[in-house]
Design a binder for this molecule. Structure first.
Ligand SMILES: Cc1cc2nc3c(=O)[nH]c(=O)nc-3n(C[C@H](O)[C@H](O)[C@H](O)COP(=O)(O)OP(=O)(O)OC[C@H]3O[C@@H](n4cnc5c(N)ncnc54)[C@H](O)[C@@H]3O)c2cc1C
Length: 444
């Protein structure tokens, strides 16, 4: 059987590895000149930049993927095991980060986020002692959400609306559907602790004022499996996934944009590339954004009216505003660049609300910078440490799209740092689907 996978991002490569292990003849089609998608590696003037993800949570899922071999019939990973990372280590070295994050506030205070509960209590005692009891209660609540939402529901197949309705009472009982920030505010009094324990959705483009409280489980996901960094950068992980796929007989074609998914009846039977080349297959998996897959790759006659209607109501905005910096050796002594991931959070709820819920520019958003643990040869190449600051702009309206609506393409370079006298690097806008009907673009 022949399978085509559209997209060589981490998701597409993972699907391709599973299918190849199942014995299918797999061809990955990627429009970019290399693998990774949002985890693409950009090289400029001797510097190497991970363009997207930098930290890895739940490494047992990767271990499960790297452990797979010919004849493995599983499309999904098993429940995360605690058996180390020996298969992963053949492809990429993952190191646990300590602390996970350093969160900075405008008044100069900071909070080191780690997996050790005693350390966390010490940090809370230092910046907001009045919230120690609130943290004890929040911790118990977040643990219950983790057990239900991740350990149990994460491995439940929801085949019908009835399956979903069955779990609704549990989610309501756990108060999992109210906004995260509202749940956190119930336990914490200080504006700082309120942000510390609700900031994580910003990393994935979610607005803490709007995403459901179920996200509080991230606190325990991170505490349980740690936060990791791939030595050599996330690009090293991508290269490991490509190697795994190739060992299983899978192939990748770069610079091969798919224009259309071909169908017969209700089955996908192949694709047509941008240049008109037709490739037949028994199975087509698209790991491109669903707006692009559904709205552009499927012919109108293969779509349904309600799918089209939902697509029409969907607006695109970027979830992050990323700037890439590089410095020569010894050049990053500034606050916030010494640790792995540093976030500067606005001091109050209102500034968070303005930056993420309104139409303000990303200037007022929290910013996060990431730099690798050192040393990480061979990255960066000249022994330098390129921090990557990015400003989360949840997909609710605070979007700069460079004028006009955001493109469905993954990257939109717009103005270079060179023009501002700093070199190299570029502003990059990312677009992600949002269900907000009011999203419009606003200037930077
Ligand atoms: C700045 C940033 C920081 C992030 N940080 C983290 C982090 O620290 N940790 C974390 O876990 N996650 C992080 N994420 C999220 C993570 O990067 C994504 O969830 C993940 O990379 C998505 O992978 P994917 O394979 O699903 O999609 P993508 O990476 O978007 O891959 C889709 C691929 O499909 C290709 N494609 C699309 N259309 C076509 C077509 N028609 N023909 C051929 N190819 C096509 C694209 O070129 C792309 O390569 C971050 C994201 C960003 C943007």
């Amino acid at each position: 059987m022949r399978a085509i996978v559209i997209g060589s991002g981490v998701g597409g490569l993972s699907a391709a590895i599973r299918l190849a292990a199942m014995g299918l003849q797999v061809l990955v089609l990627e429009k970019l000149p290399g693998p990774g998608g949002r985890a693409f590696v950009h090289r400029a003037q001797g510097f190497t930049f991970d363009m997207g993800p930098t930290v890895i949570t739940v490494p047992p899922f990767l271990e499960d993927l790297f452990a797979t071999g010919p004849g493995d019939p599983r499309l999904y990973p098993d429940f995360p095991k605690e058996e180390g990372l020996k298969h992963t280590e053949r492809y990429v070295k993952l190191v646990p980060l300590d602390p996970f994050y350093r969160l900075h506030f405008p008044d100069g205070t900071y909070f080191d986020y780690k997996d050790d509960p005693e350390h966390l209590k010490g940090e809370i005692a230092r910046i907001a002692p009045e919230d120690l009891e609130g943290y004890r209660q929040f911790e118990a609540h977040a643990k219950a959400l983790f057990q239900k939402g991740f350990l149990e529901l994460g491995f439940t197949h929801f085949g019908s609306l009835l399956d979903l309705l069955k779990v609704a009472p549990d989610l309501l009982r756990l108060d999992a559907v109210r906004p995260l920030f509202s749940l956190v505010s119930r336990y914490f009094k200080s504006p700082k602790t309120r942000q510390i324990f609700s900031f994580e959705p910003l990393l994935i483009g979610g607005n803490p004022l709007k995403v459901p409280a179920l996200y509080a489980m991230i606190h325990f996901v991170e505490r349980h499996w740690g936060v990791h960094f791939a030595m050599g950068g996330t690009g090293a992980l991508v290269r490991g996934l490509v190697r795994k796929l190739e060992e299983l007989g899978g192939k990748i074609r770069y610079g091969a944009p798919v224009r259309r998914i071909l169908t017969k009846g209700r089955r996908a039977v192949g694709v047509v590339l941008q240049d008109g080349e037709k490739i037949e297959a028994d199975l087509v998996v698209s790991n491109a954004d669903y707006v692009h897959t559904y709205g552009e790759l499927l012919a109108p006659e293969d779509r349904t009216w309600n799918g089209d209607w939902r697509l029409k109501r969907t607006r695109l905005s970027m979830s992050l505003f990323v700037a890439y910096f590089a410095s020569r050796p010894g050049g990053t002594k500034g606050r916030g660049f010494g640790t792995t991931t540093s976030s500067s959070l606005p001091a109050t709820r209102s500034s968070c609300g303005t930056s993420s819920g309104g139409r303000s520019s990303p200037r007022t958003s929290p910013t996060t910078s990431t730099s690798p643990p050192s040393p990480t040869p061979p990255w960066p190449p000249r022994g330098t440490t390129p921090p990557t600051p990015w400003s989360p702009c949840p997909t609710t309206g605070a979007a700069w799209t460079g004028g006009g609506s955001a493109p469905s393409t993954w990257r939109r370079p717009s103005a270079t740092w060179t023009r501002r006298g700093t070199s190299p690097g570029s502003w990059t806008a990312w677009s992600t689907p949002t269900s907000s009907p009011r999203t419009t673009s606003s200037g930077p």
